[in-house]
Design a protein around this ligand. Structure first.
Ligand code: GCB
Length: 594
């Protein structure tokens, strides 16, 4: 799915700003058809934002169910004759949208975009009412999964199986945009490198009628490099300047549609980074050079705005990562805003792109998150309906992000059950589907603690081994010597079992900022720094360990619980992005390594 852009033939208009907002505590809005009129008793809400923390209201913060958003937008008169599309960057976790009195689209999945052609429903020059009902409910059949309980105290509560607050709402920009009636519907780009020769292959899908298609590649200075005609073509680039980690060199591919050889009826441009990625034994190669991942598992999370995309935090976070010498991150545990990937493209930051499939694991759900004991995969829990939602989540992630050079690896789940025949049956078709959808990138899933090579049944389906390991925290807390021995032993067992690259996608320790100790004890800043140093010492003994992503970049909000003090405190930065002592350990290591 293409990102909306202004081009010579297209215009976009952001609907961000203040919308009307109504909580639907009794769940009556759909029956009472609230989209038919102005929302009653509505308050104002910023879009984009999570709604949970915006008001001083426990009712809004803890709401489970539907909320309603409404705005009135004017369709520019100059858009007459154009195709007009309404696009939501994300509605967490599901939404139905009406334009005026007509339903135009519904969507499930809180972190991927959806859109509707509304040309026939609007009159250029006039205003139009746009209403969206957004639900934050997670069920056994959603990605991520969850279920709703009635508490003995009489409240509805969303049970989740993941360790971050269930922020909800319109988290990303809502766009109106135009295309001509014959239009570029989709573009798929793949690139190759052979010495100083680069190739850019493109495939274009068009809508709305017979046209000729051309692809024109320009370098960053705007000089034309190559051109080809046809819905699929290959462009040769001599003396190529590759996209590489640390240097996000981008070409521009402009796709032009022409009818009868005249001026283009539609043009669409997208940045293209020419690079290759592949796995060779235990090496992870970008442009055939070994790449070592240094960075973080992150979250889209900040005070008040919750999970809303925010350019200020985006640039600040990237700047802090650069300050530390990080070169990569994982979009744990869901696809991030498109702006984040576009920034990473431009700056040569490497991304592991993850679906929202977190919590497919009854062991963790019942232990850490207080869910009722259950079997992960069963007719009544995670079943083939969930698997279909998961397949859609993979499809939508790849459809949205396939053209980003920064994305070098798809992560299709975080810490799923991976030791039972049922988990194999569930994941085997999903791994195959991911490969079918994108044969150009390695794939992986993130392996949970205790799913060691002797019991794991999934790793052979994937290209890399991604490990979340908490030696020194959940295992051997306060005993770094034992933790070191256990971590070393586990890495040895993976190296013996698989000829694949090993990435540590999580390791770390909760650390309350300001707690200091002369004997490094859990929760102190010294302990976090020592745990990271211990882990690095062990990683450095193994060539197959090609990545270190600390959990987490910054402290983040979670559901309240006895394991969490005002959220998860494993950040190297506080939630306000102040460095803890560990930041300086990383800065020394990562700058020395670059
Ligand atoms: C994990 C999860 C992550 C948690 C983290 C923790 O393994 O992948 O979502 O936040 O552990 O801090 O417990």
């Amino acid at each position: 799915m293409l990102a909306p852009r202004d081009t010579a033939t297209r215009e976009r208009k952001s609907l961000d700003g203040l919308w009307r907002f109504a909580l639907d505590a009794a769940g009556r809005g759909r029956d009472q058809r609230w989209w038919m009129r102005e929302l009653e008793g509505a308050r104002e809400i910023p879009v984009p934002a999570s709604y949970n923390d915006v008001y001083a209201s426990a009712e809004v913060h803890d709401h489970v169910g539907d909320v309603w958003y409404q705005t009135v937008a004017r369709i520019p008169e100059r858009w007459r004759g154009q195709r007009i599309v309404l696009r939501f960057g994300a509605a967490t976790h599901s939404a139905v949208v009406w334009v005026g009195e007509r339903q135009v689209v519904e969507h499930e999945g809180g972190y991927t975009p959806f859109e509707a052609d509304i040309t026939d429903l609007v009159e250029p020059g006039d205003e139009v009412r746009i209403t969206a009902v957004v639900s934050n409910v997670l069920t056994w059949h959603t990605i991520p999964p969850g279920y709703v309980v009635e508490t003995p105290g009489g409240a509805r509560r969303q049970q989740v199986f993941h360790d971050f607050f269930n922020y909800a709402g319109l988290h990303r920009t809502v766009w109106l945009y135009t295309t001509p009636t014959s239009f570029v519907e989709d573009v798929t780009v793949t690139t190759g490198l052979d010495g100083s020769a680069g190739t850019v292959r493109f495939e274009v899908a068009t809508g709305g009628g017979e046209v000729e298609v051309a692809g024109v590649l320009r370098d960053a200075a705007g000089h034309e490099v190559a051109r080809a005609t046809g819905t699929a073509g290959e462009l040769a680039v001599e003396d190529v300047r590759p996209w590489r980690p640390g240097e996000g060199y981008l070409y521009d591919l402009t796709v032009e549609l022409r009818a009868d050889g005249r001026a283009p009826v539609d043009t669409y441009s997208l940045p293209v980074g020419i690079r290759t990625v592949r796995v060779d034994g235990p090496r992870f190669l970008i442009n055939d050079e070994p790449f070592h991942f240094r960075g973080f598992g992150k979250h889209e999370d900040a005070a008040v705005r919750g999970k809303a995309h925010d350019n200020v935090f985006m640039i600040h976070d990237f700047s802090l990562m650069e300050w530390l010498g990080a070169n990569s991150f994982r979009t744990s545990h869901y696809p991030y805003a498109e702006e984040v990937l576009e920034y990473a493209d431009r700056h040569g930051i490497v991304v592991i792109d993850e679906t929202a499939a977190v919590g497919i694991n009854s062991g963790l759900a019942a232990g850490a998150f207080g869910a009722e004991p259950h079997t992960t995969f069963s007719a009544d829990t995670i079943n083939e309906v969930t698997q279909e939602a998961h397949r859609r989540a993979v499809r939508e992630l790849i459809a949205r992000d396939k053209n980003h050079p920064c994305v070098v690896l798809w992560s299709i789940a975080n810490e799923p059950e991976s030791v039972t025949p049922e988990s194999r049956a569930y994941f085997e078709p999903l791994a195959a589907e991911t490969r079918r959808l994108d044969p150009t990138r390695p794939i992986g899933f993130v392996n949970v603690m205790l799913s060691t090579p002797d019991v794991d049944v999934l790793t052979d389906l994937f290209d890399v081994v991604m490990l979340n390991r908490y030696y020194g925290w959940y295992v051997n807390p306060g005993d770094l010597a034992s933790a070191e021995a256990a971590l070393d032993a586990e890495i040895s067992s993976w190296v013996a079992a698989y000829d694949k690259p090993i990435l540590f996608t999580e390791y770390g320790a909760d650390t309350y900022p300001g707690v200091h100790d002369w004997v490094p004890a859990p929760w102190s800043e010294e302990y976090q720094a020592e745990l990271l140093a211990m882990s690095h010492r062990v990683f450095d003994r193994y060539d197959a360990v090609v990545g270190e992503h600390i959990w987490n970049f910054a402290d983040f909000a979670t559901a309240p619980g006895v394991m969490r003090v005002d959220g998860n405190k494993k950040g190297v930065f506080t939630r306000e992005r102040r460095p803890k002592s560990a930041a300086y350990v990383l800065r020394r290591r990562w700058h020395a390594g670059s």
